[in-house]
Design a binder for this molecule. Structure first.
Ligand SMILES: CCC1=C(C)/C(=C/C2=NC(=C\c3[nH]c(/C=C4\NC(=O)[C@H](C)[C@H]4CC)c(C)c3CCC(=O)O)/C(CCC(=O)O)=C2C)NC1=O
Length: 161
């Protein structure tokens, strides 16, 4: 896993240089948004269950997924879907704190699409639910932190698509 700090240090190190102006600018931006990130992570972790519940209500309830024959039908599969959404929320929060998406590639997206395809988990419905979580989260944490979280929800969505 990488974060905004190690990302700029690694790239300067590869070139054998001190941090240049653009690297320093990236770091300044990251440090300036530190409180925003920590505040958002605190609010999200206190409200994770309701974020997932509201996102499901907005996107999946009464969809083809929840009807008999749908991929969320039966309590076991419904619970697996809720659990997956909670993974996406938690890992998007980690990535937002780190200011870097690499943890999503390593721990979430690696092999996920293949797993979903082999289990018949509909990817478009999953992406809709992730986008609904993005909206629900933004309304909880406010526009600036919501935009930052949105980067990582979108990263997961495009990694699945
Ligand atoms: C931390 C990283 C991580 C991820 C991301 C992960 C996902 C993941 N989701 C799974 C299943 C599943 N995922 C879903 C999800 C859904 N079905 C729908 O129709 C909805 C659109 C959607 C919810 C948004 C369902 C229903 C299953 C169970 C499918 C089955 O067993 O038939 C499985 C198969 C094994 C299992 O059932 O536990 C994995 C590995 N596991 C991990 O360790």
């Amino acid at each position: 896993m990488q974060d905004a700090i190690t990302a700029v240090i690694n790239s300067s190190d590869v070139q054998g240089k001190y941090l240049d102006a653009s690297a320093l600018e990236k770091l300044t931006g990251y440090f300036q948004t530190g409180e925003l990130r920590v505040g958002a992570a605190t609010a999200i972790s206190a409200n994770a269950a309701s974020i997932v519940k509201d996102a499901v209500a907005k996107s999946l309830l009464y969809s083809d997924s929840t009807r008999p024959g749908g991929n969320m039908y039966t309590t076991r599969r419904y619970a697996a879907c809720i659990r997956d959404l909670d993974y996406y929320l938690r890992y998007a929060t980690y990535a937002m704190l780190a200011g870097d998406p690499s943890i999503l590639d390593e721990r979430v997206l690696n092999g996920l699409k293949e797993t979903y395809n082999s289990l018949g988990v509909p990817i478009s419905n999953t992406v809709q639910a992730i986008q609904a979580m993005k909206e629900v989260t933004a309304s909880l944490v406010g526009a600036d932190a919501g935009k930052e979280m949105g980067v990582y929800f979108d990263y997961i969505s495009s990694g699945l698509s």
